[in-house]
Design a protein around this ligand. Structure first.
Ligand SMILES: [Zn+2]
Length: 333
């Protein structure tokens, strides 16, 4: 069956299948735009789902149980420590608290962008041997707000400004760094828009966490991603391009995100994603975190007549996400 028989954004209608027939999943064997014989490895085969209809505004979808196995997830989570936290007033008027982490897996500076003042890092707040009150304030382990002349890091009058209580599970986005989409104005992907949209929704609730992982280009790095772009210009889709470069279609890992969310004491979350694999990955092998709801991210260009990213490249990218990576996204007809 040729992909040309389908409207470009029709999500695959999947029937539930068992683990053993994954290799026969016809969706994964659909020919790519260039006729190179690249078989798709089982790591990117998504579990079966009945695609949901996504209305024009994000509506949370409750997660009854996590349907996919946790195979391939690490048994032990990485160790993370929040090194420093700082208040960032943003151009939209919202204040965020940027948390910078170190870990025992790599040397990258992974981040948590925290909205609101109710979420705290356990590793940041832990008292370190020999540190002074000034040391604590400089690394951001203070409560309330800093002001000229403040002497202590603990609770003081500025910490009484607690905002309205938020009993719902925290809205969370796990975002992987995308230099091209976030900084170089690229319309090949929707990463920049997704980050902005996550920030907008979290600002509205004045509560939320974006875990920002430094895994550029689905984990293959910027240099390899740029090679993949050239392969895409030669006719490959995003999955095939990675495979031609001998990279997995998706080399990302989310165990650091799980560890960071646990450090921030977020064990029940609402996850902003279209990617079903991410739900199981973030929950961790032993379900250290529970995703209570999935909040879909519908591209702005699909919801409104103006705005959003409009390019033939982003359309192809979204099509590949849906057809080859199992993303749960229906283009409104
Ligand atoms: Zn991107």
């Amino acid at each position: 069956m040729s992909s040309s028989q389908f409207p470009p954004f029709l999500s695959p209608k999947l029937e539930p299948h068992s683990e053993s027939d994954n290799a026969e999943n016809p969706r994964m064997l659909r020919p790519s735009p260039i006729s190179l014989d690249v078989s798709v490895p089982p790591t990117i085969i998504s579990p079966s789902f009945t695609p949901v209809t996504v209305p024009s505004t994000p509506v949370p979808i409750p997660i009854i149980s996590t349907p996919q196995p946790s195979d391939g997830l690490p048994d032990i989570l990485p160790e993370v420590e929040c090194v420093v936290r700082a208040r960032i007033p943003t151009t939209s008027g919202t204040e965020i608290f940027l948390h910078l982490y170190k870990n025992n897996m790599d040397d990258k500076e992974h981040l948590a962008i925290v909205f609101g003042n109710k979420i705290r890092s356990k590793s940041l707040d832990r008292v370190r041997e020999g540190e002074t009150e000034m040391d604590r304030m400089i690394r951001g382990a203070y409560i309330g707000r800093l002001y000229p002349g403040r002497q202590t890091s603990g609770e003081d009058t500025t910490s009484l400004e607690e905002n309205a209580s938020n009993d719902r599970a925290t809205l969370v986005r796990i975002h992987s760094e995308c230099y091209t989409g976030e900084t170089a104005w690229s319309a090949r992907c929707d990463c920049g828009e997704q980050l902005d949209e996550a920030a907008r929704l979290m600002s509205k609730e004045n509560h939320g966490v974006v875990v920002y992982l430094r895994q550029e280009g689905r984990g293959i790095g910027l240099g390899e991603k740029l090679k993949a772009y050239n392969l895409q210009d030669l006719g490959a889709d995003t999955v095939t391009a990675n495979l031609l470069l001998r990279h997995p279609a998706d080399a990302r890992s989310y165990s650091l995100a799980t560890a960071i969310l646990l450090d921030l004491d977020q064990t029940e979350i609402r996850l902003l994603t279209n990617n079903p694999d991410k739900i199981a990955a973030v929950e961790g092998k032993h379900r250290e975190i529970k995703v209570r709801e999935r909040v879909p991210m519908v591209p702005i260009a699909w919801r409104r007549n103006s705005g959003g990213i409009r390019s033939k490249e982003v359309e192809g990218y979204l099509k590949t996400k849906i057809e080859r990576m199992g993303h749960m996204l229906d283009r409104p007809m």
